[in-house]
Design a protein around this ligand. Structure first.
Ligand SMILES: N[C@@H](CCC(=O)N[C@@H](CS)C(=O)NCC(=O)O)C(=O)O
Length: 216
């Protein structure tokens, strides 16, 4: 595979979570050479002076590429695609309208499914000893997940990928969220489960999943 990457200066930080999987998956789709520092959240590894200097948010994932340091799953993934993507691998849509549709779905999947509902369930479920018990928030977040899934289910009917004919970053975000939904044993409509099951057969996903397990 022809790659725009000359010499590997790419370092990805973080492993073991749905969010750390995303930039690793993107890097695998792009065929990039990278070093993974598989630090995990809540292990103390994000709190060291060295890491805090790199990422004052003390969170994973984080990416270094030469002089550039980047946090935020979406920013890292988009950067890698914009810098190293190609028509053979992954690309940002090339029209303003296409990019707007990608923004729309990424914002919806990340904002509504990930942060507003699935992560709330994680914080007040498995991580309740840190973030506190909140049964009402858990119930509301689960109901909210189901509402967002209904929207996605209707939209995805008859579609191969989120953005029409091309596999894109939106599919990476959606699939990682659908995996998360499965892990919480929330029922998925059969079309969405079929979509998820199809996407997770991608070679790059299988490799990324293995790499991301390093620290879990
Ligand atoms: N908005 C950030 C969220 C990153 C995030 O919250 N990461 C979690 C792991 S999934 C973390 O590092 N938690 C450690 C902490 O909050 O101390 C992104 O999308 O990258």
């Amino acid at each position: 595979m022809k790659s725009k990457q000359q010499k590997s200066k790419l370092i990805l930080w973080g492993a073991g979570t749905a969010r750390t999987l995303r930039p690793i998956w993107v890097a695998e789709e792009l065929g990039l050479i990278y070093k993974l520092n598989p630090i995990g959240p809540r292990t103390g590894e994000t709190q060291t002076d060295q890491y805090t200097e790199l990422n004052p948010k003390q969170k994973v994932p984080f990416c270094e590429d030469g002089d550039l340091g980047l946090s935020e799953t979406m920013a890292i993934s988009r950067y890698l695609i914009n810098k190293y993507g190609s028509p053979d691998t992954l690309q940002t849509p090339d029209t303003i309208e296409g990019r707007a549709k990608e923004d729309e779905w990424l914002a919806f999947i990340y904002g509504e499914l990930d942060e507003t509902s699935l992560y709330v369930m994680r914080r007040h479920g498995a991580l309740a000893s840190i973030y506190g018990e909140a049964p009402a928030a858990m119930d509301a977040a689960e109901a909210y997940v189901k509402r967002q899934l209904n929207v996605i289910h209707k939209y995805m009917r008859g579609r191969e990928y989120v953005l029409n004919e091309n596999f894109s970053l939106s599919d990476i975000f959606l699939t990682t969220c659908l995996n998360w939904v499965n892990a919480y044993e929330i029922e998925l409509e059969s079309e969405l489960e079929e979509y998820r099951a199809r996407i997770v057969q991608r070679k790059a996903y299988i490799k990324a999943k293995k790499v991301n397990q390093k620290n879990s």
